[in-house]
Design a protein around this ligand. Sequence first.
Ligand SMILES: [Zn+2]
Length: 211
Amino acid sequence: MSNCADVECEQFQFLGGWLCLDFVNTLDERSSASPIESLLSYSDLTRWGLESEALTQHQTEGLISSSTARAQDAALALTTAIDLRETIFRIFFALTQDEAPDDLDIAALHTAIVDATANSELAAKSDRFILDWPDDPDALDRVTWAVAQSAANLLTSGFLDRVKACDEGPCRWIFLDTSRNGRRRWCDMKVCGNRAKARAHYQRQKSASEG
Ligand SMILES: [Zn+2]
């Protein structure tokens, strides 16, 4: 789904299986010499928020209108969001490598979670209450709060052994492996899975012709 009228507009992918991981994957080919950034403006951030369902259409329109009037604040909110994205990437990538995340990254994520919680309110929703953020068009960090909350939920979920980094070349997308056997290796079989198979095929042919 996209509401982007611009044909040049990058389409966001949602293959991570968890909101904060999809957010991490807004930087593509992360380990290459020239990673591909898809969050180039505050409106990209809100578009991602809408497509990921972190924002409603009404909230998105309010934030875009507010960000136009408060360009500097919106630029800062984008920087904050991207800083958090990179923090979350480093934490989960370290975990996929069976390494301990950096204490500074954990502290930075904790600060973001505290900020998200401090701005939330208890709201009635059908038969229960949920922690949510008020419909405030000036809350330019709303997407960042949702991502921080999502990272907190994943870190405390018990699913950490299912968080993986794509095995293919420069991709480095992070995803939650929900396959039954827990052996998913690529962010997407159709993209990176096929690239990996094509490379393996090429390597086999090369060794055969050299052999
Ligand atoms: Zn991949």
